[in-house]
Design a binder for this molecule. Structure first.
Ligand SMILES: C[S@@+](CC[C@H](N)C(=O)[O-])C[C@H]1O[C@@H](n2cnc3c(N)ncnc32)[C@H](O)[C@@H]1O
Length: 430
């Protein structure tokens, strides 16, 4: 297996390729590295770069230089799978590492092109790049650190490089979860102990402990990865157990009616029904419909009674969803029920169709912030023109408006609830 690296600064690689597992990749697995300077494909006094075309400052690596590099490296090592490093490329992650490692084993020659300055002429990308890779949403001075990062990740998949195959297969991101925590002697250090279970000799118990820890840590710190890599029923169940209990409440009281007036709104059967189905889909434990008005309560009770008595015969799944709906007369009573059920007051997360002030704004990537409190979570949704400022003040956090790329923003509350559940708790298909 050959790895060509074409760079402005070949010296950067001297130490790197002589070090640890990369050296072992070379010695034990026959991976040969060929580091070449772009300048070695230039005539004397010819520049590797030229000024950027059009207005704007900066220099760009010339396409003819890249062309000569491709021809020369392929002549020596055979046809190459060519990877150009650029912040505009696909994001490199563990899944991509495995794919590129497989390419290396099949094609036998990978060539990395590390840009500098303003990058490499786009026409050279278009003509030669089999893959454009970025290591993250930030801009470095050059593509050499990205090349080294990618080589380190690939090398772990080359047989014989990492001691036991097992340690790669069980590493973080080889599945939906990160690795378990590791310890070594001494048993006690700075009054911190190695967890007793790891010294117990009970392998099954140890495995369970490690796995549970890994699932929890993944859910807290890498929910984006977990939600896009969790495939099996068992994994899904484990993740569900690691996420704190979620509840939601649809407020028909303390909502804005007519611009600034605060008042009540009427219930609608479709909101009871549809938010129940969304709640059930995303694992919301109970959905509370909140109205202090007796006649409105009667309507909700009637709907719930229908589903309770005849719903199963009519549609078992819908009856199942509606069975999680509870009627309450105030938010305080919702909180009291959750506290009684969970032993802790919920973290209240408000939702709003407009940008409003009154509590801490959070985004749809802030699950860890909310979940780290070790309390159940209660989403509250407003009807009419949204939650009153008094209700917003009772929230711990506020999720901002859902927006598309249009000038229209008038979702029904049941649509908003479904989208919010999906953004906060849903799996993602990559
Ligand atoms: C200063 S950057 C050029 C940035 C370019 N003007 C842009 O904004 O997309 C110079 C070179 O560094 C490398 N580079 C910088 N950031 C990178 C990243 N996040 N991932 C991969 N390569 C990167 C690329 O090879 C790039 O051609």
């Amino acid at each position: 297996m050959k790895v060509s690296i074409i760079t402005v600064f070949p010296n950067l690689y001297t130490e790197f390729l002589q070090t640890s597992l990369i050296k072992r990749a070379h010695e034990q697995s026959g991976v040969t590295f060929d580091v070449q300077a772009f300048s070695s494909f230039c005539q004397p006094k010819e520049h590797i770069d030229g000024p950027i075309a059009g207005h704007g400052a900066g220099m760009v690596i010339r396409p003819e230089v890249v062309e000569r590099a491709v021809i020369a490296q392929e002549k020596v090592h055979g046809p190459a799978y060519k990877i150009f490093l650029t912040p505009q490329g696909k994001k490199f992650d563990q899944r991509m590492a495995l794919q590129v490692a497989q390419v290396l084993q099949e094609k036998k020659h990978i060539a990395f092109f590390a840009g500098r300055y303003e990058g490499i002429d786009q026409r050279a990308h278009d003509a030669y790049a089999d893959l454009e890779l970025s290591i993250g949403d930030f801009v470095l001075m050059g593509g050499d650190l990205p090349v080294m990062i990618i080589i380190e990740a690939l090398a772990r998949y080359i047989p014989g490089v990492v001691g036991r195959g097992e340690s790669v297969e069980k590493d973080s991101f080889s599945g939906p979860f990160v690795d378990f925590p590791t310890y070594t002697a001494p048993r006690s250090w700075q009054d911190r102990e190695i967890p007793e279970i790891l010294l117990s000799g009970n392998h099954a118990a140890m495995e369970t402990w490690r796995h549970e820890y890994a699932v929890k840590k993944s859910v807290m710190n890498h929910f984006g990865w977990v939600r896009s890599h969790c495939k099996t029923k068992e994994e899904t169940k484990q993740v569900a157990q690691a996420i704190p209990a979620h509840y939601c409440a649809l407020m028909h009281s303390d909502v804005i009616v007519q611009q600034t007036l605060v008042g009540t709104s009427s219930v609608t059967s479709i909101d009871v029904h549809d938010i129940a189905r969304s709640s059930r889909t995303y694992g919301i434990k109970n959905y509370f419909v909140v109205t202090p008005l007796i006649d409105q309560q009667k309507i909700v009770s009637k709907i719930l009674q229908f589903w309770d008595e005849s719903g199963v015969a009519y549609n078992r799944n819908r009856a199942d969803a509606v069975s999680k709906v509870e009627l309450k007369d105030s938010l305080a009573n919702v909180v009291a029920v959750i506290e009684a059920q969970e032993g802790k007051k919920p973290v209240i997360v408000g939702t709003s169709a407009k940008k409003v002030e009154g509590c801490i704004p959070i985004s749809y990537n802030d699950q860890a912030l909310v979940w780290a409190q070790g309390r159940p979570v209660l989403f509250i949704f407003g009807t009419a023109q949204g939650l009153s400022s008094e209700l917003i003040k009772q929230c711990d956090y506020l999720l901002g408006p859902l927006e598309g790329f249009s000038d229209f923003n008038h979702l029904s509350v049941r649509s908003a609830a479904a989208i919010i559940f999906d953004r906060w708790l849903g799996k993602i298909e990559l």
